[in-house]
Write a protein that binds this ligand. Structure first.
Ligand code: SF4
Length: 178
């Protein structure tokens, strides 16, 4: 039986490794792990929340994307899902929740109301949460279909994979929860 040195000499290191090893960069590997271990914080305010609950049922199974388990404290979450209508009075609360999340963090505007205010055109409704916090992905619909939410989630995963990942957050760069 040929030993490792002989195989390496005959076929090169690539042939020796074959499909037993994957070569990548550390930041790409971290991005891959991050995009499949998303912990959402559901900031649910209105009817779109019904569609959020559907995502964990068998036909849609959001767990396939590594994003099933909601965290009910922003300190343990990295995806803020804003689900439903947000009033002007709720704006500072939403901003505070966002600020309490550690980096890296992402935001999904779930449905027409969170994205643009929806059909509410009045003094009390926020015309889109991007007036208060940065948004990474918008999911259209009133309410959005679960397939649309999963589509948005996959778009976010592609974005996370493409981001230059910081491997270490310096303490003075992270947000201090208030
Ligand atoms: S987008 Fe439609 S379903 Fe969602 S919160 Fe607004 S009114 Fe309700």
């Amino acid at each position: 039986m040929a030993n490792i040195k002989q195989i390496s000499a005959n076929n090169g290191d690539q042939a020796l490794l074959g499909d037993t090893a994957i070569l990548t960069r550390l930041d790409k590997a971290v991005a891959w792990a991050r995009k499949f271990s998303i912990f959402p914080y559901p900031f649910a305010t209105a009817c779109c929340a019904m569609e959020y609950m559907v995502l964990s049922t068998t036909p849609y199974d959001i767990d396939r994307f590594g994003a099933l388990l909601p965290r009910f404290t922003p300190r343990q979450a990295d995806l803020l899902m804003v689900i439903g209508t947000v009033t002007v009075r709720q704006g500072p609360i939403l901003r505070r929740v966002y600020d309490q999340m550690a980096e890296p963090k992402w935001v999904m505007a779930f449905g027409a109301c969170a994205s643009t205010g929806g059909f509410y055109d009045n003094y009390s409704t926020l015309p889109g949460i991007d007036r208060i916090i940065p948004v990474d992905v918008y999911v259209p619909g009133c309410p959005p279909r679960p397939e649309g939410v999963l589509d948005g989630l996959m778009a976010l995963q592609r974005k996370i994979q493409g981001q230059k990942q910081k491997l270490i957050n310096r303490l003075d760069e992270t947000t201090t929860p208030s």
